[in-house]
Design a protein around this ligand. Sequence first.
Ligand code: DUC
Ligand code: ZN
Ligand code: ZN
Length: 483
Amino acid sequence: MDLTIRNGTLATATETMRCDIGVSGEKIVAIAERLPVGKRDIDAEGRYVLPGGIDSHCHIEQLSGMGIMSADDFYSGTVSAAFGGTTTIVPFAAQHRGTSVTTTVADYHERARTKAVVDYGFHLIIGDPTEKVLSDELPAAIRGGITSFKVYMTYPKWRLEDYQLLEIMSVAEREGALVMVHAENDDMIRWLAKRLIERGHGAPRFHGVAHSPLAEAEATNRIIMLSRLLGAPVLIVHVSSPEATNTIRAAQTLGARIYAETCPQYLVLSAQDMDKPGVEGAKWCCSPPLRDKAAQQAIWSGLANGTFQVYSSDHAPYKFDKTAKIPRGGETTFKEMANGIPGIEMRLPILFSEGVLKKRLTINQFVALGATNHARMYGLYPRKGTIAIGSDADIAIWNPEIEKRIDYSMMHDAVGYTPYEGHVYRGWPEIVLSRGRVVVEGKDLKAARGSGQYLARGVPAPVAAGPAMIDGPARKLKELING
Ligand code: DUC
Ligand code: ZN
Ligand code: ZN
């Protein structure tokens, strides 16, 4: 064997056991109580040996809906991911109006190919669902391994009508792709924002007022109804509020094919963070916005009780300067600020520290939420997301004893600040492997630029499909309209 990891505690989404792991080439080839020492041997005594994380929501080298370029390219973004224990990312290829999907996808392949240090796939943001896109380009994207699409219910340049959402959901369902939804009611937000700004309330904290939890809940409810109408699965991304969480939970209880994601910022940051002098609070402006302490509790409960299948960073790295967060310096209003906060490196350490060590989640839930469920939901399982014979040797060796006080100099992204400055988290990855290669060892990066590979993904296999209670009527309707 090329590599053995011995004496550690292996945890998967379902099991925890003391055992050794053998790696040959890029694959895991042995899991046993005792293995002989390989060409390289890692002593993992006192450590957890976990599947490398999968971050299925991050914005890397991407132009936002407001036309702003993210600070991280595929090099800094994947290096930062690797230092946080993540060995696979699925960022977005973003189609803007007037651009074809084919051109968009080719463009993003080119951006990533020579820079990524860990493996990557793409979701497609659909900004312009023309007839040609629906009939030819989406099926072609799926054949090329892009088996999930993100759609927006807000932002002037990306917002889609319900009719367009139905068209996309119907194609996705027919072709075996998953639709991810940014669920916020655009009109409610625009209406509130206009009035707030007219009355001089442009400071960052008013971003949280304009993006009311009711706007999130309304859009969440609406997309659920569209999904139920078609019997088509949707995954609601970056859920932030108790209102939306409860709506999702109720739909799942009915048996609707509704899946959901949340992110670290909704667990440990709050609206208070936006409330800083001047425009400083822009560093904490993301959409949906940070909420209050009660919302944090609701999101933790949703992680523990299975409402959320996946936990992603929504790493949306924008510099705190004129290019992104504060285009008009101190005069910038919340409407003009790039929406999003960085967190690709902090995602798993936050969940480990605040979830596992504080006993809100088991280590197996941590693995499921941070890796395995992403692989299943997005068509990468069992190659990625687990430790099993035949899987890629993507492994993060975690030391539960290491404690760090966060300061930006520790981060490997290109953003220039971290919203978690001064926070203290315990439990960090020490050694990270991607396809059998050590990519991170302590403070050292071992991976070469461009050594990450593109992952053509298969058909998504959702992890928590409920009983088919409302599938029946949807099936009947489908028979009627299809044939
Ligand atoms: N949506 C995202 O998914 N990320 C950043 C900002 C946004 O609106
Ligand atoms: Zn979004
Ligand atoms: Zn996002």
